[in-house]
Write a new protein. Structure first.
Length: 286
């Protein structure tokens, strides 16, 4: 069933916010869940977090970064266009409830994925300290939105163009050296989630991570998204996407994430050569 793009907004040079018509998904969506989007008949199925949903309007909001063929193709669609299929809501909803003092850490497009978690945490009467990081000021998203749901917000950029210069791990270490927290939650590049999990493990702070695993069917059948957690095989699509960061076998997970790099590169090169007008179109909204 086609799902219409009702709004499309450029957030920066590589990220888009899209509001999709999806009444059935909006009806049962909960924080922490995701959808599988298939743009057209021949399209690849990609998982994207439900950033927000509106029951009355029957819409969901997704935010994505253009990284490969499918996300670039998605970026080429315009307001009024439709995506062919939308499957969801999928994954286990967030359920940490009232945990006390929570520290949220997010990087890159993970900032989009942490926003619903921050909203959930605040609505469940938690104290929320949020640390977000991006490569540069231009790539930083949702700072104002996150302020609404955070008691304190710390921003880092790798190049120092905004906030503290450096990586999120530095203010995380400083904060944990001074203050006690009850829970931490991290979404971002795999290497960042691994580093955060190592820091929080050293101070015995329970840590959830939301894994952006490669996924195909998203129903627990194909095993593409498998991950070892506490020595057991889990599937990100049905057992996750949230897992205990201290129990994830990070080295194995990161290695698995690189399995299709050559095919992904070839696919992107082919797409770029065929769609120059779409890829190099500059900064307009859809
Ligand atoms: C549960 C879940 C929720 C997700 N939610 C979101 C979301 O809300 N927003 C979003 O943008 N993405 C999200 N992702 C990741 C998203 O599904 C992938 O970025 C997408 O499938 C890439 O497809 P592609 O064909 O464009 O690129 P591919 O050809 O599949 O990948 C291209 C290359 O980009 C790399 N890559 C993949 N993701 C990233 C990244 N985030 N940053 C940098 N490099 C990357 C890959 O390793 C690969 O080498 C989520 C993934 C999961 C499992």
């Amino acid at each position: 069933m086609p799902h219409k793009i009702l709004e499309k907004t450029r957030l920066n040079s590589v990220m888009w916010k899209i509001v999709l018509e999806a009444p059935l998904v909006a009806k049962s969506a909960r924080c922490g869940q995701f959808v599988i989007v298939k743009i057209d008949e021949k399209g690849e199925r990609i998982p994207l977090t439900i950033n927000d949903f509106d029951l009355k309007k029957g819409t969901i909001t997704i935010i994505f970064q253009e990284v490969g063929t499918t996300t670039k193709r998605f970026g080429c669609l315009k307001k009024g266009d439709s995506v062919k299929d939308l499957l969801g809501p999928l994954g286990r909803p967030t359920d940490f409830g009232e945990a006390g003092k929570i520290i949220l850490i997010a990087g890159g497009v993970g900032i989009a994925e942490i926003l619903p978690i921050a909203k959930y945490a605040k609505n469940n009467a938690n104290f929320v300290l949020t640390i977000i990081g991006s490569r540069s000021k231009e790539l930083l998203i949702l700072e104002e939105e996150l302020k609404k749901y955070s008691d304190k917000l710390i921003v880092t950029t790798n190049d120092g163009s905004y906030g503290l210069k450096g990586l999120v791990i530095e203010p995380l270490r400083d904060t944990l050296a001074k203050e006690q927290f009850d829970l931490s939650y991290c979404v971002g590049p795999d290497i960042m989630m691994k580093a955060v999990s190592e820091v929080t493990k050293a101070c015995n702070l329970k840590t959830f991570v939301s894994l952006d695993a490669n996924m195909v069917d998203a129903t627990g059948m194909c095993a593409t998204c498998r991950v070892t957690v506490g020595g057991k095989t889990k599937f990100v699509c049905v057992d996750g996407p949230e897992f205990d960061g201290h129990l994830v076998d990070w080295d194995r997970f990161i290695k698995r994430q690189k399995r299709f790099v050559d095919e992904e590169k070839r696919s992107l090169e082919l797409f770029k050569s065929q769609h120059k007008e779409c890829i190099y179109r500059g900064g307009e909204d859809g």
